[in-house]
Design a protein around this ligand. Sequence first.
Ligand code: AMP
Length: 286
Amino acid sequence: MLLVEKISEMQAISASLKRENKKIAVVPTMGYLHDGHLNLIKKAKSSSDIVITTLFVNPLQFAPNEDFDKYPRDMERDIKLAEEAGSDYLFCPSASEMYPQNYGTLIAITGITSKFESAMRPTHFNGVATVVAKLLNATQPHFAIFGQKDFQQTLVIKQLIRDLNMNIQMIIAPTTREEDGLAMSSRNVYLSEQERKDATIIYKALGEAISIVQKGEKRRKIVNAVMHKELRSVPYIRIDYAAAADSEYLFEPEEFLPSQQIVLLIAAYLGKTRLIDNALVTVPTI
Ligand code: AMP
């Protein structure tokens, strides 16, 4: 696996691969790789000839009070894991390469960014959209792979690719979980032993909500209440949101319609650690 730090070098490599008719897939990450990321790399490899993993902890998507400085980093380990999973290139630019002096462009996505993650982190998705656009311009892929784990982010990137007419196919890979259901996340290392045990409540709450929807419950408030009740069985949990919404536009109708696909979205703090997770469920037709 080749390490590339400069945008111009990455673009030249990509152009040369394209001249050889190679199909290129990119997997954007912030590093501290776990099986969730590695499954994206493996999926990328199965759909293309060349996989470029990007590793960049993007300062633009962290608010000043967030964990940018203490976000876990381990470059040596990431290099080894990405290579073993099948990555051909690791694009790891510095912050000054991505945002040099006099950098001045921010991409703002509207609509789907009016709620959930954005309500709690108002500048987050502008930072995500901007860095993803830059990473896609640097790597020039045919395919870009993202995880369902960050559900609202997948909608933001879909919108970005569509609105800016990027000729890139987006692939969304399912969430990789620990054996007890906890969604893998680089931030799970922040959890204490007790918090780690209690964190499975998020997966259980999603399961409860899936189950009542599958049994015919269409009232949004009831579905939300079921998730809240389950989550509160861990008394110290702080719920940012636990909500059912239309999976395409994040609308929140009073009642969902038969055959509508719902996304169940949860963000909650266990101690100081904020975890997010989600699940999809389709309302039965009768
Ligand atoms: P991050 O490094 O957290 O920014 O994540 C990089 C990519 O990996 C994003 O597309 C995430 O959605 C995806 N990802 C993170 N955790 C998981 C997981 N547990 N399962 C699947 N994809 C994941």
